[in-house]
Design a protein. Sequence first.
Length: 158
Amino acid sequence: MSTQAYDEKNQLDYDEYTRKLNDALNEISKNTKLKATINEVARLSGIGRNTVRDRGFPKKRLKEIKEERKKKALEEKKQKQTELEIITEERDKLAKEVVHWFSEFVKAKKDRDSFERQLQRSIDNASYYKREFNKQKETIKALEAKNEQLKDLLRDLK
């Protein structure tokens, strides 16, 4: 065979391995459960670790994948912190509102108690003045009766 045939075969093998490596790297970048290591690329592609290591671009791509995962993890952590801050802020607002409405309730209860005492005093005062009014009415009746007696006496004397 000629060297050209070997070169073509080598080029076809090289292209096939490159495709397998790219497929394996794409799979690793999509699936976070897969480790971003040369061993994992070798396992998924069916190519030896040394071959993967010698190619160079898989190492670079694995480094990029690791950096992307770190960045994504940091973003998720920040998002969770942001969500936690929002939830904490809402909780604090609700706690303040509960305190406000409890204070309003206590104030309303004090006002109600005060109004009830005032009402009871007014009822007691009304009863007292009603009794006094009836006493004065009786006194007036008694005085009118005496006045009539005196008038009768005066008429009889004339």
